[in-house]
Design a protein around this ligand. Structure first.
Ligand SMILES: CC(C)(COP(=O)(O)OP(=O)(O)OC[C@H]1O[C@@H](n2cnc3c(N)ncnc32)[C@H](O)[C@@H]1OP(=O)(O)O)[C@@H](O)C(=O)NCCC(=O)NCCS
Length: 153
């Protein structure tokens, strides 16, 4: 069971940071392991959106930040809590707080997670939630192949 509220906090406590880092390493492709800190390097105005269970353990989180004069986000739902609407709730909260924002999304299923399972692209989730794909804006490196998406542009 989770708390129904989404907590919004600017600075994480060490316990929250550890869990967010863990979700990143578990749920993203192996090639992105330990890069959560790098995501926020050189970015401003961080606001974390946390959903926790009744023992204050994080089950889903998002972060909104500013980079290159854009609002950008990242979001992760812990594996056993996927498919219960938590991702949608966090995105809905982003939408309440910001009319326009951007993210980068891996748009293929070729990467592997640390547990050996495939990383499945979340693109269908974003299309369902009204995001647009900016097809000409891509990152294609050895570490990540992703496309930029926007909401409200
Ligand atoms: C992508 C992610 C945030 C979705 O969160 P979630 O809580 O599982 O999604 P929800 O339960 O809110 O789903 C909302 C809708 O999207 C659909 N959906 C979610 N993920 C989907 C997927 N991979 N493929 C197809 N549909 C999907 C759900 O079926 C649901 O549809 P419905 O309302 O018609 O039933 C979550 O799977 C996740 O954290 N993945 C790993 C990390 C990641 O990829 N983060 C995004 C990086 S850009």
């Amino acid at each position: 069971m989770t708390n129904s509220k989404i907590l919004k906090i600017k600075v994480l406590n060490p316990f929250q940071l550890e869990q967010i880092d863990q979700a990143w390493n578990d749920e993203y492709p192996l090639k992105l392991t330990k890069r959560f800190g790098i995501l926020l390097d050189g970015t401003d105005n961080h606001l974390y959106y946390l959903m926790e269970d009744l023992d204050n353990k994080v089950v889903a989180w998002g972060v909104m930040f500013e980079k290159e004069a854009e609002k950008r986000f990242s979001i992760i739902v812990f594996n056993k809590f996927k498919g219960f609407g938590y991702g949608r709730r966090i995105i809905d909260e982003f939408k309440k707080d910001h009319s326009t924002f951007y993210g980068w999304v891996i748009d293929h299923d070729n990467d592997v997670k640390s547990n050996g399972e495939k990383y499945i692209s979340p693109m269908p989730f974003y299309l369902k939630l009204g995001f647009k794909v900016l097809r000409d804006q891509r990152i294609d490196t050895e570490i990540i192949s992703a496309v930029k998406i926007s909401y409200g542009v």
